[in-house]
Design a binder for this molecule. Structure first.
Ligand SMILES: Cc1cc2nc3c(=O)[nH]c(=O)nc-3n(C[C@H](O)[C@H](O)[C@H](O)COP(=O)(O)O)c2cc1C
Length: 259
């Protein structure tokens, strides 16, 4: 039981017993039935003043704990309750490269996530209208459609190559068009590819702050993959044995956070 739930049930008990009506109250995590009448069930008005003050102090401290404790950031997907795909995921893969390793890697992650039962769509930012992106035209139909899809998704993958020690500009021009707090309530997976490990911390110092500025509270541990570990093949991508186990763990964690 979360502290918040504990607080709510205790409040209910206090509120109801103030009027003298007995209600089941949870204490110490165990439900106590109506048959056992504890102090709260007997009605607060019948209590001595010192006992009443102590109860108020307990109530205050329980409520304070509820306020400062971290809010849950995993939201069950509505589709999971209907027996459909577990969650809907959109992957924004930004790279100016026509044969992008980042896109190939993102397609592979998408494939694995489909294997987990999720519905996944990969958006290659490079394929969106360049003039509208550079002119920050969020009303362009293709861009507006992607923005709406991001808003509706349960999970979002944000993938980019490292360029000049940060994510690339092609991704950023799309991120700049997303509405304020669009990632709130979503599970977000950051992914970067780079020429070497020297800039792997760009995940945390560059990409993560942007995601948080967009409202993401639940950013799962991201993936950084060195470009030489991603080989494009005619039918997709071949990952180096050093890279694959870590990536499947990242996908498992992302998937688990969504369900
Ligand atoms: C303009 C440019 C800048 C780059 N800057 C970096 C960098 O600062 N750090 C790094 O590790 N790799 C850097 N790289 C290498 C790419 O991040 C890496 O090759 C990446 O996998 C390319 O992904 P893509 O094929 O999706 O474009 C750079 C590559 C280019 C073309």
């Amino acid at each position: 039981m979360s502290p918040l739930a504990g607080s709510v049930s205790l409040w209910l008990g206090v509120a109801s017993s103030w009027s003298g009506t007995p209600v089941p109250v949870r204490q110490g995590g165990a439900a106590r039935g109506l048959g056992r009448r504890g102090p709260l069930q007997r009605g607060l008005l019948g209590l001595p003043a010192r006992r009443l003050l102590r109860l108020c102090a307990i109530q205050f401290s329980v409520r304070a704990v509820a306020v400062v404790s971290p809010m849950p950031t995993i939201y069950p997907s509505p589709s999971a309750c209907q027996g459909g795909p577990v969650s809907s995921i959109i992957a924004l893969a930004g790279s100016p490269s026509a044969d992008s390793r980042t896109v190939a890697l993102t397609e592979q992650l998408a494939e694995w996530l489909r294997g987990h039962g999720h519905a996944v769509r990969v958006v290659r930012v490079r394929d969106l209208p360049a003039e509208a992106l550079l002119g920050a035209d969020a009303g362009d139909p293709a861009i507006a459609e992607v923005i709406a899809a991001v808003a509706e998704a349960d999970g979002v993958i944000v993938a980019s190559p490292v360029y000049k020690a940060a994510y690339c500009g092609v991704l950023k021009v799309l991120l700049d068009l997303l509405p304020h707090m669009v990632l709130a309530g979503k599970v977000v997976l950051p992914v970067l590819t780079g020429g070497g490990p020297v800039h792997m911390l760009a995940l945390d110092y560059a990409l993560r702050p942007v995601l948080q500025a967009l409202g993401a509270h639940h950013v799962v541990p991201g993936a950084f993959v060195v470009d030489k570990h991603i080989e494009r093949t005619p039918d997709g991508v071949r990952l180096a044995p050093e890279a694959e186990p870590g990536l499947t763990r990242v996908v498992d964690k992302f998937s688990a956070a969504l369900t």
